[in-house]
Design a protein around this ligand. Structure first.
Ligand SMILES: Cc1ncc(COP(=O)(O)O)c(C=O)c1O
Length: 455
């Protein structure tokens, strides 16, 4: 049925918690400061992936905690259909100045998945309001991740997450990703003439050009393929095709947004202005679960004119404490010029990874942008054959590094959904060059050890 059968006879830990890794003993996280976390036994960890590329500003920032406390103490919760708050109004005005969407409006929920659900439903309702009810197809990409809820999962291109739930989902079409290291067309950039972008046009025509309402993709690839950066003319070509066929262009910035790639949003590296942007993770650096869907004011007006309301909602939408956390995070990033730091230190991080790991016989590719880097492991550098999935290479590297006090974010399935190992490196932007040296040094030591064990 597409779920790994557990042959190990492992037992659940003695607890009432339904853990993310069922049989794994999770240490108790007790304290965080800067790039470090400490567990209850006093062990210190470098958070080399900011959790899941979340903790942009670092752990233990008192100003963010204080802003949340003050907001909660004055008013924590006021329902989104009944009230707005100064926190939401002020933050939205500041975010509008940073967001590359024409006259944006922001819809607030709690997770990146919900931001994606909002974007998909909004696209559908805009099309209904425009009198285009036949448009109900969303095109996305293989090798992508957009979330865990069934709508977001339906556009996600990660077979391992999709397969068990495939019967519950609408089967929206997926096109190949811009993954030059393993070009899905067997071509080489630039002589490929961006076959991966042209595939969007082919798929639109395949589906029927009056059926497709939107295209969704991550600006810079995230967890599924491991920080894959598209060629510079990929996004402009995609935007042209969307415009030609009147598709809404949804750019998912849940991982790449809020400075992670060295600009406020990943799409700003490519000079494209989407119709909709989804955001999450780094908005509050993890201090509050908050997500945002940015849409054009004119599209909201279209819905108001046609239907009166957006048929959507959420108990915790437009949360004042979330907005105060977001505002304080933005203050912190701006005051310490941390987006510039992400760009500069990110360059250093990339150079260091290439210098320390680039020549290892089992490292196939190192790619990334700003503070978002991926290392892809292979069994053979020449053939690019992946390591056997039974070896669980990236997971073992992640676990051993964790044991030694450095956290990375392992991933697998980048080649065909099952085979392929990679690791994300995405530390807080406050990391220093010497801390990067320590982190990358340990990564080299650990990958070597795991390679010796499995080969
Ligand atoms: C690009 C992207 N979109 C959406 C999501 C879903 O966000 P969440 O896990 O907060 O629901 C993620 C999470 O990793 C992501 O990386």
């Amino acid at each position: 049925m597409g779920v790994d059968q557990n042959q190990t006879g492992e037992k659940l830990p003695d607890s009432h918690v339904f853990y993310r890794r069922l049989a794994h003993l999770h240490p108790l996280a007790e304290r965080g400061e800067g790039i470090y976390l400490w567990d209850k036994d006093g062990r210190r960890y470098i958070d080399g992936s900011g959790g899941a590329a979340v903790v942009n500003a670092g752990h233990g920032v008192a100003e963010i905690a204080q802003a949340m406390f003050e907001q909660a103490a004055s008013v924590a919760y006021a329902h989104g259909t009944m009230f707005s708050t100064e926190a939401i109004e002020d933050y939205s005005a500041r975010l509008a100045a940073l967001t590359p969407v024409e006259t944006p409006r922001f819809y607030y929920l709690s997770s990146g998945s919900e931001a994606v659900e909002t974007a998909l439903k909004f696209s559908r309702q805009v099309n209904l309001a425009r009198g285009k009810a036949a448009r109900d197809v969303i095109i996305s990409r293989w090798g992508s991740y957009h979330g865990t809820t069934l709508g977001a999962l339906a556009v996600t291109g990660k077979p391992k997450m999709r397969t068990p739930f495939a019967p519950l989902m609408r089967d929206h079409p997926h096109i190949p990703p811009p993954y030059c290291y393993r070009c899905p067309f067997g071509a080489t950039y630039p002589s490929c003439d961006l076959a991966c972008a042209q595939a969007l046009e082919t798929e639109i025509l395949n589906q029927g050009k009056d059926r497709v309402m939107a295209f969704i993709a991550e600006s810079v690839g995230g967890a599924t393929l491991g920080a894959v950066v598209p060629p510079e003319d990929y996004w402009p070509r995609i935007a042209q095709i969307c415009e030609r066929y009147d598709l809404l262009l949804i750019v998912d910035e849940v991982m790449a947004g809020f400075g992670r790639t060295g600009r406020w949003f990943g799409i700003q590296h490519f000079g494209v202005e989407p119709d909709i942007i989804t955001m999450g993770k780094g908005i509050t650096s993890g201090y509050f679960p908050l997500s945002i869907t940015a849409v054009r004011d004119s599209d909201v007006q279209t819905i108001l004119d046609a239907h009166g309301d957006f048929a959507h909602g959420g108990t915790f939408s437009h949360h004042a404490v979330g907005a105060s956390a977001a505002q304080a995070t933005l203050d912190y990033l701006e005051q310490h010029d941390l987006v510039t730091a992400a760009a500069n230190l990110g360059t250093y991080l990339g150079q260091k990874l290439k210098a320390e790991l680039g020549e290892l016989p089992f490292v196939g590719d190192i790619r990334g942008l700003g503070m978002l880097w991926g290392v892809e492991f292979v069994a053979d550098r020449k053939t690019k054959d992946p390591i056997s999935p039974e070896a669980q290479f990236s997971r073992r590297v992640g676990d051993l590094a964790f044991e030694r006090g450095v956290i990375f974010y392992p991933g697998s399935g980048s080649v065909d959904g099952v085979r392929g190992d990679h690791l994300l490196i995405a530390p807080p932007f406050i990391i220093t060059e010497s801390e990067i040296d320590v982190m990358v040094g340990l990564l080299r030591e650990v990958v070597f050890e795991v390679w010796q064990e499995i080969k």
